[in-house]
Design a protein around this ligand. Sequence first.
Ligand SMILES: [Zn+2]
Ligand SMILES: [Zn+2]
Length: 178
Amino acid sequence: MVFAYDTEEALRAAVVLANTAVPPDTLTTLEELDDFYARFGYTGRRDRTPAELASLRAARPLLRELLTADRDAAVELVNDMLAEAQAVPRLVRHDEYDWHIHATDNERPLATRIIVETAMAMIDVIRADEMSRLDICADADCGNVVLDLSRNRSKRFCSVACGNRNAVAAYRQRRRAD
Ligand SMILES: [Zn+2]
Ligand SMILES: [Zn+2]
C-alpha cells in the first residue's frame, strides 16, 4: 500500500468518476450513477435524482484538472476546494472501517463529499511528493487518467484493454522491423 486505505480508495473513485467524462460519456443515467455509488461503497446522503447526477457530472472537469495538475497547481486547487466546501477534518470509525478521516457531514450532497474526499486524498499525494502516481494513459488515443499504486510504478495504461492493444501494436511493429 502506497497511501492509507481511505486515501487510495478516494483516489480510485475520483479517477473512475473523472474518466466517465472521456468520450463516450459513461455517466449519463441514474443507473450508471448507482453503479458508481455501489462500487465505491459510499455512505451518507443519496438523493438519486437528476440533480445529483448533474452535480456529479459537473464535478468531473475539476476532478480531472486536480488529478492531472502539477504539484503546485494541485495545492491551489486543494486549498480552494476545501475552503469552498468549508471542510472540517475529523477522525471517524464506522461499519468495517477503522479510524479514517471525514471532512464533510454525511448530509452534504454526494458531489460535495466526493470533491472534499478527493482533495483530502490529494493532500497525502502532494505531501509525499507522489504526483507521478497520476498520469494520462499511455495509449495515444485513450485520454483516461491512470492511477498507479503499484510498488514498482509499472502501470502505464488505464486498463487491460489499453495495455493489450499497445502490446499487440508493439509486437506488429517488431515483426515489421525484422
Ligand atoms: Zn468513512
Ligand atoms: Zn487507456
